[in-house]
Design a binder for this molecule. Structure first.
Ligand code: SAM
Length: 274
């Protein structure tokens, strides 16, 4: 691929999603975009780049961006965050929100749904303490394609085997032919919406808990900072932010600080997020 073609593609993807494609990702660009070009009746990547350069059609630009996202996810990914949610965050919120009896949780890069459904399972496991409460889980992602899969709540044997203990699988899923369907009541607990983290987030409303895991790693520093600042504005002073295992706020923003003893969990500092 010509350097100027790679540049056009990487600029397009960075501007639209924040994902940074360095030159060593050329193989990834080719392996992800060639099938997309062929599906659209093009001979190869030259035609795709030409179409992007001349026509700048929204659906094609969106499809290229979505194709470059990494959608890897699993149920109860890294386990600990979900343990912290059940054993530390929910009890604290149940105490502090006893007046309004309402909790809103956001999975900000929900991908194919395993993360918000793991959160829903945690809430269900604590249902006796949440009787009479209004709980809402919102799952958002840039990619409509992954959200369609998330909404369907259907997972392969391989997908459920990664992270779901067998008792939880039997309790919360039903086998349908070769696949596993999440329980309709759990499915109804999560509202899925397309939302790009680079755009205005205010219409989503406020969240007591935000899971923004394994997406910031793909962004450059200024984008990480911008996204974290936007998230901070949606959270009450005592809210909880969960980041992925390879992510941190340190050196990026002083709007959040790590919560001691709970790796991957952050709280607001009260300093204004810019
Ligand atoms: C690796 S998955 C993480 C899924 C889940 N949070 C987890 O930890 O298992 C990253 C997701 O971020 C989404 N994503 C990438 N850039 C985004 C953006 N600018 N706005 C919203 N979502 C984005 C991708 O579409 C992808 O589904």
């Amino acid at each position: 691929m010509k350097p100027e073609d790679f540049e056009l593609l990487s600029n397009l993807v960075r501007d639209r999603s924040g994902l940074v494609l360095t030159k060593d990702k050329l193989y990834l660009v080719e392996s992800r975009l060639l099938p997309l070009a062929r599906k659209r009746g093009m001979a190869g990547l030259d035609d795709l780049v030409k179409a992007l350069r001349t026509r700048r059609e929204e659906p094609l630009m969106a499809a290229v961006t979505e194709a470059m996202t990494t959608n890897e996810s699993s149920f109860f990914r890294d386990l600990k965050p979900f343990d912290f949610l059940r054993k530390m965050v929910l009890p604290r919120l149940i105490e502090s929100r006893a007046g309004k009896r309402s909790i809103r949780i956001w999975s900000a890069a929900a991908s194919t749904g395993q993360e918000p459904y793991s959160i829903a399972i945690c809430l269900r496991e604590e249902a006796s303490k949440l009787a009479g409460w209004r709980t809402e889980i919102v799952g958002t992602d840039l990619s409509n394609e992954v959200l369609e899969k998330a909404k369907a709540g259907l997972y392969s044997q391989f997908e459920v085997q990664r992270g779901l203990p067998i008792q939880m699988l039997m309790k919360h899923f039903k086998q349908v032919n070769e696949t596993w369907q999440i329980d309709p009541a759990l499915r109804a607990m999560v509202k899925f919406r397309v939302q790009n983290l680079l755009t205005d987030l205010s219409r989503l409303g406020a969240f007591d808990v935000v899971f923004c895991r394994n997406v910031l790693i793909y962004f450059d520093q200024p984008t990480k900072k911008k996204v974290l600042s936007r998230i901070a504005r949606l959270m009450p002073a005592d809210g909880f932010l969960f980041l992925g295992g390879a992510e941190t706020v340190l050196g990026i923003t002083d709007a959040f600080k790590p919560l001691e003893g709970y790796r991957g969990v952050y709280q607001l500092t009260g300093r204004t997020a810019h």
